[in-house]
Design a protein around this ligand. Structure first.
Ligand code: SF4
Length: 352
């Protein structure tokens, strides 16, 4: 069986005309149902003939991942979803609401091979890449569940998007295609742990989406301890790739920096980071570590402010990002890990 969200527009046209002997406008109709009306059951696509609906049903399996669990933060309304895929693997997505605007954060892999030491997903290991349809499906399933369009999308959930490059790029093309979801490319951001070939490929692909890079340290020695990917792509190489991306796109790049108490949060770290970012059009998101685990501690408020002030004094735009969904383990990988711990599926919606 095929999966309807794996097909791009050209593939739909080809299927309709060459395999099904239908006029090409059938592709527009089907894409309209899937992406604009969020109808995923071919039987409900009332402008298709009964014969075509039957053919489509015989060709495709269901379109969306199944919601295994949904938790909603009482504090800020952040919703976290755990989805079951057709092979029973589980992935997570998050839906944030801020000042009336919604942002979906979706996964690109089951697990992640990069093993960042602070990340629940990284500690669980890698299982497999998601298909393009499984990536797109998380977004459409959340739109269907909330009953309307989502405003922004970040590829920042479980996994490293640039290690699943083809499926990720195809998902972006499908979402932005005017006959499909027609989602503005400026409202999409991809976040990478620093996969240099992926940054270069994104620059060449000219898709118009935004780039965020997780640095979390100003030098290789410290970064290697936090993010083992640094061994393969040291910071000099990474920053060259970011500069190349910026030359090509003229886009400002977001730099994500997790502030961990006593590890990477000193004014000297801030100065070194500013030095690294010299000449780059960047915006630094400072994310104070906020877990209660024993491994790391939260940075002191005074350290956060000092760090921020050093960056500002060097002319680098920055803000401290308020942690959202703290009460529901919104950081990626935590819900899946918990669910694995429970070792049993839980259906329906849980308000926690
Ligand atoms: S932080 Fe991102 S890149 Fe690092 S292990 Fe977790 S999912 Fe992978």
């Amino acid at each position: 069986m095929r999966f309807p969200l794996d097909l791009d527009y050209e593939e739909w046209r080809k299927l309709c005309t060459e395999e099904w002997n239908e006029p090409s406008f059938r592709a527009d109709q089907i894409c309209g149902w899937l992406y604009a009306k969020r109808i995923f059951n071919f039987d409900e696509m009332t402008n298709l003939s009964m014969a075509l609906r039957k053919k489509a049903e015989e060709t495709f399996s269901s379109a969306l991942p199944e919601a295994v669990r949904q938790v909603v933060s009482k504090r800020d309304g952040t919703a976290k979803f755990l989805w079951a895929l057709q092979d029973a693997e589980q992935i997570e997505s998050v839906l944030l609401t801020q000042e009336g605007r919604t942002t979906a954060c979706i996964s690109t892999q089951v697990g992640c091979p990069l093993g960042c030491v602070f990340c629940a997903t990284g500690q669980s290991g890698f299982v497999r890449n998601l298909t393009c349809g499984e990536i797109v499906g998380q977004f459409l399933a959340m739109e269907k569940m909330q009953g309307g369009p989502i405003d922004n999308l970040v590829f920042m959930g479980m996994g490293e998007p640039f290690l699943n490059l083809d499926a990720f790029l195809k998902a972006v093309r499908i979402l932005k295609h005017p006959k499909m979801r027609n989602f503005g490319s400026r409202r999409m951001t991809v976040s990478t742990a620093g996969i240099v070939p992926g940054i270069l490929a994104l620059a060449e692909a000219n898709l118009g989406i935004r780039l965020a890079v997780s640095l979390h340290a100003p030098d290789d020695e410290l970064r290697k301890k936090l993010m083992p990917v640094t061994q393969k792509y040291p910071m000099d190489q990474l920053l060259s790739a970011i500069r190349f991306y910026q030359e090509k796109t003229n886009d400002r790049v977001s730099i994500e920096y997790l502030l961990i108490g006593g590890v990477n949060d000193s004014p000297n770290h801030a100065k070194a980071l500013a030095e690294r970012l010299k000449g780059l059009k960047s915006f630094v998101n400072l994310i104070p570590w906020n877990s209660t685990g024993i491994l790391y501690r939260k940075p002191a408020p005074v350290r956060i402010e000092q760090f921020r002030q050093v960056l500002l004094s060097k002319g680098i735009e920055t803000e401290v990002r308020r942690e959202r969904g703290e009460d529901i383990d919104a950081a990626c990988g935590q819900l899946r890990r918990k669910e694995e711990g429970r070792n049993r599926p839980v259906s329906g919606t849980a308000q926690e």
